[in-house]
Ligand binder design. Structure first.
Ligand SMILES: NC(=O)c1ccc[n+]([C@@H]2O[C@H](COP(=O)([O-])OP(=O)(O)OC[C@H]3O[C@@H](n4cnc5c(N)ncnc54)[C@H](O)[C@@H]3O)[C@@H](O)[C@H]2O)c1
Length: 373
């Protein structure tokens, strides 16, 4: 078993999620690389205090540069607001560390391209967080699409919905402000989730028509005042992709105003000979289309068939915390040259490709036209 020392910059929602995935690494049975959380940096001392419960995490600092100066750290995971991505990712690479970046990999396309260039110039191992493809149902959909058994692809829908902006009394945070989340808003926030599997299948849109919607222009600021919220909340992207020689419609949906949805990732791929539907709203259910004399949508209940094997019983259902751990296993195994054909984390190329789609969508919305990529 090889240990890899990890530093986390940004111990908020995602920083703590990652730390807890490391803490139950013993669940994995075929991953000979082990992350050891060694240091955390966050501006908020109260956030740092949560890491007191992790004995290996001996450096807790409000200055991320102190973490980067720690020679023991091999890999740095950064989970901070989007306007800080470029600076911090660049600093991680300049410090000679490998980087596990968060999406959207920079606040906009120009920023993503600069991060990509810095990553290439550094020669460090860099990947971007995107955990939803590690659900067994997502993996099955991906493998089925790749196999060609679906026949001629007719249509693809891929998306991510939640409803946390429906409540107008919810206080604004940085994800509702263009200055910190980026002009892309929901595209930056949720777009990687919708694009990752299509991009891995080579399905990058050639043309985009976007319908973007804003939510409430003002929200409580959480301190007794009011904050102006200027981000796009919902994004519907009608795109064309090329599959073989044919053009195929693909709809990408990213919504923070979807009544009833809580972190719902879904994909639907329809073909002439078969089809597949999977949604985390019904985590175990995989729907497969079968064309014969009669046509069937068959449902099967998936178990815990994750890419990296675990002690968890095969009939048990996986959840968000499990796919976060699977994603980290993929990062560390690929870094060690041990991925062996399994699904790898989002690459810098894929992260830049998502921003190319978002930039085209913003242009389409502004002009009311179809935009070519
Ligand atoms: N993969 C996913 O499913 C997923 C889910 C949510 C968020 N994210 C991404 O993770 C990133 C962070 O989002 P979050 O929801 O964890 O945000 P958050 O607001 O919960 O946490 C951000 C943390 O960064 C800290 N911070 C800000 N500036 C800092 C600095 N200069 N040095 C050190 N710490 C600093 C803040 O104090 C805060 O604790 C974003 O890129 C977001 O898009 C990914």
């Amino acid at each position: 078993m090889t240990s890899v020392n990890i530093g986390i910059i940004g111990g908020g929602l995602m920083g703590r999620e990652m730390a807890s995935a490391f803490a139950r690494w013993c669940a994995l049975t075929d991953v000979p690389v082990r992350p050891v959380l060694t240091a955390v940096a966050d501006l908020n001392p109260a956030t740092l205090a949560w890491f007191d419960g992790i004995p290996s995490c001996t450096q807790k600092t409000t200055d991320y540069k102190a973490l980067l100066a720690n020679p023991d750290i091999d890999v740095v995971y950064v989970a901070v607001p989007h306007h800080l991505h470029e600076q911090l990712y660049g600093d991680v690479l300049a410090a000679g560390k490998d980087l596990f970046a968060e999406k959207p990999f920079g606040i906009d396309l120009a920023s993503a391209r600069r991060i990509h260039a810095a990553a290439q110039a550094s020669g460090r191992f860099v990947r971007c967080s995107s955990e939803m493809p590690f659900f067994p149902g997502a993996q099955r959909a991906f493998e089925l699409a790749k196999s060609g058994s679906i026949g001629r692809i007719l249509e693809v829908v891929s998306g991510f919905h939640h409803s946390s902006d429906l409540d107008p009394t919810k206080a604004a945070n940085w994800k509702r402000l263009n200055a910190m989340c980026g002009e892309g808003g929901a595209l930056n926030d949720l777009g990687m989730h919708a694009c990752h599997i299509p991009l891995r299948l080579g399905w990058k849109p050639s043309r985009v028509f976007a319908q973007l919607q804003k939510g409430y222009p003002q929200r409580p600021d959480g301190k007794g005042g009011v904050a102006n919220c200027d981000t796009w909340d919902n994004a519907l992207l009608n795109t064309w992709i090329k599959v073989g020689e044919r053009e195929v419609p693909m709809r990408l949906e990213m919504k923070r105003l979807m009544p009833g949805a809580t972190n719902t990732w879904f994909i639907e791929i329809l073909g002439t000979d078969g089809g597949v539907r999977y949604s985390t709203a019904d985590t175990k259910a995989l729907w497969l289309f079968e064309r014969g004399k009669e046509q069937f949508w068959k449902r099967t209940d998936l178990g815990f068939s994750t890419p990296f094997k675990t002690v968890t019983g095969g009939i048990f259902e996986p959840g968000f915390a499990d796919v976060i751990q699977q994603m980290w296993a993929a990062y560390l195994m690929e870094r060690a040259g041990l991925l062996n054909g399994r699904f790898g984390c989002a690459t810098p190329d894929e992260a830049v490709a998502t921003h190319e789609i978002f930039a085209a969508a913003l242009q389409s919305q502004a002009q009311g036209t179809v935009v070519s990529l």
